[in-house]
Design a protein around this ligand. Structure first.
Ligand code: PLP
Length: 415
């Protein structure tokens, strides 16, 4: 059996995998088992932001692996303490909790928001408003929080207490809050609003800046916590260390994962001074959360990404990338929209004009040409390259897309 057969035979088939085996990576490139090189515009779904096998991360991991990998959270370790301090210093937060993934970080956020009000004596304030088309993870609580029905199918009964409203629609949020405001002690109330500053899986949809400010105000006026899921948008992806900085709107709770470990599994839930009071001894835990190994890697990641000149470069490259995509939009009628922030970019296609070619087909055509991109929702191309991507690499992808798009307008499916 080859690698693909062994995988498909033995791993429960929950992923739509592309038939490609990768064996190594360096910077923004990946090599497959036949020695062919690809330029990576996905970075393991916005994870390897410093590129593959970044020398400082590799060194941090190997140094730490030869010293101490795990002791549990019954004890203290230096990398964990240093990383916590660094994240606190660089954010709005006063304390944090380390988890192992995005969904786990969101679980912690959901638990904290609920418990915060319990501790305050508001026993029935447990509902959480989240956004239609949002994505918050695959655990039971986070799929319940997620505003996409396809993620929930087959898992009934889903967790009680999540209400979805339209994203970027302040009236819809206000209406929902108003409906839940005048309640007696027995009627459930709203403890939090949870959203992604830029919806990632939902289609790369940035929050409107005015909307986000209004959400903050509505939360303040109604004593409701604001949770930002920055699992995809955080760690420089949107051009600032955290997307909330670009918006100038601070949440009460923020979750991170993905790029925090540049590929090592780590998540974090950061909380403001008032909010962190919701947890105390025994209220939450994780065997692996924040091991010295992953926190040593993440410490290097935060040091590099938070450098203002690194972030400036990300913004510059993001603007360049978007400007080049806009040039394609002028040329090809079927490109309906280009949107994004920093280096999280979406290109929406009007499928009625592409002669039966969908976003997934374009992904495969790009792969043929040596580029890794991603499709979401059937009609959107997502680009989330390593933040270290070079201008010349962006130019190469633009040329490739130009060629493919030209073929599509002429009714060709194959390049
Ligand atoms: N939240 C957002 C915004 C995400 O994009 C994702 C993953 O794509 C998650 C949560 C879940 O993260 P994980 O897959 O690490 O559990």
């Amino acid at each position: 059996m080859n690698i693909i057969e062994k995988t498909d035979e033995n791993i429960i088939n929950t992923y739509a995998r592309v038939q490609k085996v990768f064996v190594s990576g360096k910077g923004s490139t990946l090599k497959d088992e036949h020695g062919r090189t690809y330029i990576d515009f996905l970075a393991g779904i916005a994870v390897c932001s410093l590129g593959h096998c970044h020398a400082s991360i590799t060194k941090a991991v190997s140094d730490q692996a030869s010293k101490l990998v795990h002791v549990s959270n019954l004890f203290y370790t230096q990398p964990q303490a240093e990383l916590a301090l660094m994240l606190i210093e660089k954010s709005f937060a006063s304390k944090l909790f380390f988890a192992n993934s995005g969904a786990e970080a969101n679980e912690a956020a959901i638990k904290l928001a609920r418990r915060y009000f319990k501790v305050k004596g508001e026993k029935n304030k447990f509902r959480i408003i989240t956004m239609e088309q949002s994505f918050h993870g695959r655990t039971m609580a986070t799929l319940s929080a997620t505003g996409q029905n396809k993620i929930k199918q087959g898992f009934d009964p889903i967790l009680d207490g999540f209400i979805h409203v339209r994203f970027n629609d302040i009236k819809s949020l206000k209406k929902c809050m108003d409906k839940n405001r005048d309640r007696d002690a027995e009627t459930p109330g709203i403890c939090a609003v949870m959203l992604e500053p830029v919806q990632g899986e939902g289609g790369v949809i940035p929050a409107d800046p005015v909307y986000l400010k209004e959400v903050r105000k509505l939360c303040d006026d109604n004593d409701i916590l604001l949770i930002f899921d920055e699992i995809q948008t955080g760690m420089g992806r949107c051009g600032t260390l955290f997307a909330y900085e670009t918006y100038g709107v601070e949440p009460d709770i923020m979750t991170l994962a993905k790029a925090l470990g540049n590929g090592l599994p780590i998540g974090a839930m950061l909380a403001s001074k008032k909010t962190e009071q919701g947890f105390d001894f025994g209220s939450h835990g994780s065997t692996f959360g924040g091991t010295p190994l992953v926190t040593a890697a993440a410490l290097e990641v935060v040091k590099i990404i938070s450098n203002p000149s690194f972030l400036k470069e990300c913004r510059r490259k993001g603007s360049y990338f978007i400007s080049q995509l806009f040039k394609l939009k002028e040329k090809y009628e079927f490109i309906r929209d280009i949107r994004g922030m920093g280096l999280l970019i979406g290109l929406e296609i009007d499928l009625s004009l592409t002669h039966d070619t969908n976003a997934g087909d374009i992904v495969l055509l790009c792969l043929e040409k040596g580029f890794i991109i991603n499709a979401i929702q059937g009609n959107i191309l997502r680009f989330a390259p390593p933040l270290v991507i070079e201008k010349q690499e962006i130019d190469k992808l633009i040329d490739c897309l130009d060629h493919i798009f030209n073929g599509i307008t002429h009714g060709e499916k194959q390049p």
